[in-house]
Design a protein around this ligand. Structure first.
Ligand code: PRP
Length: 175
């Protein structure tokens, strides 16, 4: 099977992740440690790379939600599958997403995490599809803005395919 065409190269991703890590490290300097909360599954590679480039104390948590399933259309419904395991009360939380599309998942997650009474919540996504936004949600750190297209790689899948591609590629769902 042919590899998906490149939208964002591995080199461009690594450069941008380093820039984001520098920005986050600077913004949180002198605030104590932060807790990075990766949204499964798509964020796992971005979280791994970003977290290792930070220069501030950090711990890692994961949260899992279900939204799209394996189809190419959003049902609009978001459901909590797994909450964070550690205590995040009074901690500075940075939610790590691979992509913000309609904004429903991030909006839902902020509500869930607020109920844990953290000291603060900020949001970070590698990719942002501004044209697809349906819900108004604050995003503090954005890697790349993209158009309304299907993307895979660097953690993102289509029907579980192509998550481990080292770059962001585009696909046509009918492939
Ligand atoms: C993707 C992505 C976000 C969400 C964004 O997850 O990782 O969590 O969709 O879409 P939204 O802004 O329209 O809510 P997906 O449901 O594909 O699960 P996965 O991360 O396990 O692949």
């Amino acid at each position: 099977m042919d590899k998906p065409p490149v939208l964002i190269s591995e080199q461009a991703i690594q450069k941008r992740v380093a820039e984001l890590a520098e920005q986050v490290s600077s913004d949180y300097a002198n605030k104590g440690d932060i807790v990075l909360i990766g949204v499964l599954k798509g964020s796992f590679i971005f979280l791994a790379d970003l977290s290792r480039k930070l220069t501030i104390p950090r711990t890692i948590e994961f949260i899992a939600v279900s939204s799209y399933g394996s189809s190419s259309t959003s049902s609009g419904a978001v459901r909590l599958v797994m909450d964070v395991r550690g205590n995040i009360e009074n901690r500075h939380v940075l939610i790590i997403e691979d992509i913000v599309d309609t904004g429903r998942t991030l909006n839902y997650l902020i509500g869930i995490l607020e109920s844990h009474r953290p000291a603060s919540i900020r949001t970070c996504t590698l990719l942002h599809k501004a044209e697809a936004a349906e819900v108004d949600v604050d995003i503090d750190y954005i890697g790349f803005g993209i158009g309304d297209e299907w993307v895979v790689g660097y953690g993102l899948d289509f029907a579980e395919r192509d998550r481990t591609l080292p770059y962001i590629g585009t696909i046509t769902p009918d492939d």
